[in-house]
Design a binder for this molecule. Structure first.
Ligand code: AMP
Length: 448
């Protein structure tokens, strides 16, 4: 077991931690400490409440030398004023025995007071991106001495439309700096930001589902394509008693609409759909109708479902397999919140097998395969989104496996079923190694 002693903290930091009453570091703190201290870029996927503030603050404070210079050396960007206050508070508490100056700034308050504050000088600045940028433009603040940049809750920051300010701030920072980022979910926007501004970051993932994994019955179906998945979904939804409150996840808004159209004829009167292209009113109504039981089914994209507080969902169905395994954890965490066990069903195509395996590696457990129901029609017709990529794949490296893209895939899966349930090691060879213990998992992540 790792303890705070293993971090070899200074006496002053140890004393502050002791006074807080924290007995042992949290998983994100354990895994981040040495990476942050080494000066490498790091991306941590962790939700609020996992202890991520100390995960970066402890190693940064440990390495901070005394200075009376005016310009900040550590810059912490957070999306909201509440988080500025909370973060300043936490860093002040653990640095109380160190001569360390911390300041916090955010929008919606008098900028002149904050300009005066900047002139007093600081070691660590915690800020929202908009106000920080205004202070720099006005000349009240200089970022040329920033050696460490922390961006917290970056997914929310990008969702709030801070991409432009962030990019501008990056341009003003010295090139030689350490980047430390935390995000609750992985999105394409977050990924793009990492690729543009980070240097070979170490990725640390502490995926917490809203519900403990043992409270969720997970299963999966190997399905040929979108249209066959739609047939399977329609078949499953027939059992209204068992499937009485079903949240269906799908990655894109375009596919969410397509799926709704597919099932509309049979289930249109009991199904809502929410994504960011729908009006606020429509979304609110859909969620309300689902929550009150007027609608039995809700189709939602990952980003949209993030802030929903939905109770007693009988089933979460992942119509597609998330490319970012953390998003799967968020999806399944929506079920099983009441006393009953939650149920999660994953649909995956052959192309999504790697993504499924990545999820299994993250959870360190296999998602059992179910028999594809014989009565469900296999529809080989591809939707436009599926066509180009499949052709590309065949050209590149699948020539000899052409027949597998047809209904034979289901037969193959049926044959594999016994093998799959037989446990790790008997699976068909894969580029991923099955984790036997945590260390293996880490090795695999490195490989990815
Ligand atoms: P954060 O994820 O940084 O917002 O932290 C969530 C909460 O966990 C805060 O209230 C911290 O005070 C608390 N916390 C952080 N680290 C620990 C720890 N090692 N042991 C117990 N509580 C902690």
């Amino acid at each position: 077991m790792t303890t705070f002693d293993d971090f070899k903290l200074t006496k002053q930091l140890s004393k502050a931690i002791e006074e807080l009453g924290f007995e042992k570091p949290t998983p994100i703190q354990i895994r981040s400490f040495s990476v942050v201290k080494s000066g490498k870029d790091i991306v941590g996927i962790a939700q609020t409440g996992t202890g991520k503030t100390l995960a970066y603050a402890l190693p940064l404070l440990q390495g901070l030398s005394y200075s009376d210079q005016v310009n900040p050396r550590i810059l912490v960007l957070v999306p909201t004023r509440e988080l500025v206050v909370q973060t300043v508070d936490m860093i002040e508490t653990i640095s109380k025995y160190i001569p360390c100056r911390i300041k916090g700034v955010f929008g919606g308050t008098n900028i002149n007071t904050q300009k005066d504050k900047m002139a007093e000088g600081m070691d660590i600045l915690v800020a929202t991106p908009g106000r920080l940028f205004d202070l720099v433009v006005s000349g009240a603040l200089k970022l040329r001495d920033v050696k460490k940049l922390v961006i917290d809750e970056v997914d929310e920051m990008l969702d709030l439309g801070f991409r432009y300010q962030l990019t501008n701030i990056f341009e003003l920072l010295p090139e030689r700096r350490q980047n430390i980022m935390f995000s609750a979910t992985m999105t394409e926007d977050v990924d793009a930001l990492i690729h543009a501004f980070f240097f070979k970051p170490k990725k640390i993932s502490i995926a917490v589902s809203g519900t403990p994994l043992e409270n969720i019955d997970q299963s999966s179906y190997a399905v040929l394509n979108f249209n066959t998945k739609a047939n399977l979904l329609k078949h499953i939804l027939k059992d209204k008693e068992t499937f009485h409150k079903v949240l269906v996840f799908i990655s894109t808004k375009k596919q969410a609409d397509r799926l709704f159209e597919e099932i509309e004829e049979e289930y249109g009167t009991e199904c809502g759909v929410i994504h960011s292209n729908k009006s606020q009113n429509y979304r609110l109504r859909s969620v309300e109708e689902f929550d009150e039981g007027i609608n039995r089914i809700l189709i939602a994209t990952d980003v949209m479902a993030r802030g929903l507080d939905l109770e007693k969902i009988s089933h979460v169905i992942s119509f597609d397999t998330p490319v970012y395994p953390e998003n799967y954890m968020h999806r399944i965490g929506r079920t099983g919140r009441a006393k009953e066990k939650g149920k999660s069903i994953l649909f995956y195509t052959e192309k999504e097998e790697d993504a499924k395996l990545a999820i299994e590696l993250l959870m360190n457990m296999e998602i059992p395969d179910m028999d594809f129901p014989k009565e469900v029609e296999i529809n080989p017709q591809l939707i436009p989104d599926e066509k180009p990529r499949i052709i590309e794949k065949i050209h590149r490296n699948r020539k000899s496996k052409l027949p597998e893209s047809g209904p034979a895939f289901h037969e193959k899966k049926a044959k594999n079923l016994k093998v799959n349930l037989g446990g790790p090691g008997k699976r068909k060879p894969s580029k991923y190694k099955k984790p036997k213990k945590r260390g293996d998992k880490k090795a695999n992540q490195k490989r990815r």
